[in-house]
Design a protein around this ligand. Sequence first.
Ligand code: SAM
Ligand code: FES
Length: 347
Amino acid sequence: MYNELIDKLEKEHTLSKKEYLTLINNREKCQEYLTQRAFAVRNKVFGNKVYIRGLIEVSNYCKNDCYYCGIRRSNKNIQRYRLSADEILSCCDEGYKLGFRTFVLQGGEDNYYTDDFLYELIKDIKRRYPECAVTLSLGERSYNSYKALKEAGADRYLLRHETANFEHYSRLHPKEMDFFNRLACIENLKALGYQVGVGFMVGSPYQTEEDLADEMLFLMQVKPHMVGIGPFISHKDTPFCDFESGRAELTTFMLSLIRLTLPNVLLPATTALGTIDMDGREKGILAGANVLMPNLSPSFAKKNYLLYDNKICTGDEAAMCIECLKQRIKKTGCEITVSRGDYKNEL
Ligand code: SAM
Ligand code: FES
């Protein structure tokens, strides 16, 4: 029965909430088959290629106070930093030499990065590397800000919705954070022509299996170009320090459901997955993921951009990281490719 549901999902790219829930609730019984089908679909759409994105953690200042996040404004136990335009450009230089053709600028919501600052920075990156894609992940900004950054040349934007359930959102965030504004931002980004990534944490506090089924319906409705999911991992200096972290098995199960629902979506095997399970990123690729986001940040940034405890690869050089990933990915039968790896509409 479960395998039939999985076959139906592969064929039709959609299930009802009840059907998704049946699979999620009975995941031990069908994970193996689901993984096989998701890997096959991934290979049919993308061959054995894995895209790499160079992640640059531009700032750990944040005006928000998300209960789960290690760089929330109330955490007084971290050393705050922000990278200058020159520092960001030298990360891009290093990344370019290592074969990266996408740079992801990610950070807390830091007012230091005004539209003017980012406009000039994006223009500079594009001038130096016209063949590279620029992805931003800088949180909620106004329509006009997203518009200006798109005009500067930004190609993609990652803004995880965190949860598709309003009630759940309000348990993960303080009152001043507005679920509907986040959704409006996602709509604005789509309307402006960005390739848009959404996403959520697996196993975040108070999340139910029904919420996970709702996540699938949300993704079908939004049809994002990218979906970033990873396990919630607790951080010792947050209000959620005592909550259990999410599980690798459930994360890879969700990755596979996403691959069958949105066959051509760009789907990272995240660092959080590699943190919760030593072989998590390989397992993610085998479950249908096709993107990796190694860290290009300078070492002082890596050491202080700690969203959760025990984050991996915080001491490694980017060159070492990419070598390590190449070896890991080889074991899955896939290989890392030097290309922008844009979203393609056609299957
Ligand atoms: N400020 C930007 C934003 O809000 O989209 C980007 C940076 S934010 C730190 C990036 C993502 O990290 C969040 O969307 C969240 O899903 C994830 N994250 C934060 N804390 C985490 C935790 N404790 N465990 C796993 N993921 C976490
Ligand atoms: Fe702002 Fe996490 S609270 S990035």
